[in-house]
Write a new protein. Structure first.
Length: 204
């Protein structure tokens, strides 16, 4: 069982590793978890609701919040800024919710530097070729965009040791069980030899 005090869980993974699917499955099964909602300076897209999909704020307000140290982490992506507000996490904690933060390695490093308590998880694909196949099966990106994602994956995977736990997503059901073990009992039975094999495949 989780402690009564709500916790912050940070999850990172290369694009295509299955992070979003795992988080979605967990949230479906457990009501005492919430996915953190980021603040952003980009305008809402059709169908997006403020406070549900993002906290939409102006660039000036975002800058003021940075100066006031109100972000857990933030970054600039494609001409717009995104960040996790401390107040959002605090509000969720007060509701008794455990918060899942779905962020990249850059954001995680900021959280580590801030000293904010968290349990961190990095999700690995079973191989570089499988990651490539998953990205191609999506049919949502150009060949050049997929190649960029694969190159970014190599950079992100190199930081896996900074995380508390590692999950290999070779099977969604097994990966979900592993994720629950970490969330509920802080335990992991990951095959360290397999991790090294995957890293060798991904990085060299």
């Amino acid at each position: 069982m989780l402690n009564k005090k709500p916790e912050l869980f940070v999850i990172s993974a290369p694009s295509g590793a299955g992070k979003s699917t795992l988080i979605r499955e967990l949230l479906t099964e457990h009501e005492n978890f919430d996915l953190s909602i980021s603040a952003t300076t980009r305008p809402p897209r059709a169908g997006e609701v403020n406070g549900v999909h993002y906290h939409f704020i102006s660039d000036d307000i975002f800058s003021n919040l940075i100066e006031e140290n109100e972000f857990v982490e933030y970054a600039q992506v494609h001409h717009h800024r995104y960040g996790t507000l401390k107040s959002h996490i605090k509000n969720k904690f007060e509701e008794g919710k455990n918060v899942i933060l779905d962020i990249d390695v850059q954001g995680f490093c900021q959280i580590q530097q801030s000293g904010i308590a968290n349990t961190s998880i990095f999700i690995l694909p079973p191989s570089f070729s499988e990651l490539s196949e998953r990205l191609n099966r999506r049919k949502s990106d150009s060949k050049s965009a997929i190649e960029k994602r694969l190159q970014n994956a190599k950079k992100e995977v190199a930081h896996y040791e900074k995380y508390d736990f590692v999950i290999i997503n070779d099977d969604i059901n097994n990966a979900l069980i592993a994720l629950k073990d970490i969330f509920f009992s802080k335990s992991s039975n990951v095959d360290k030899d397999l991790i090294q094999k995957i890293l060798k495949d991904m990085l060299y």
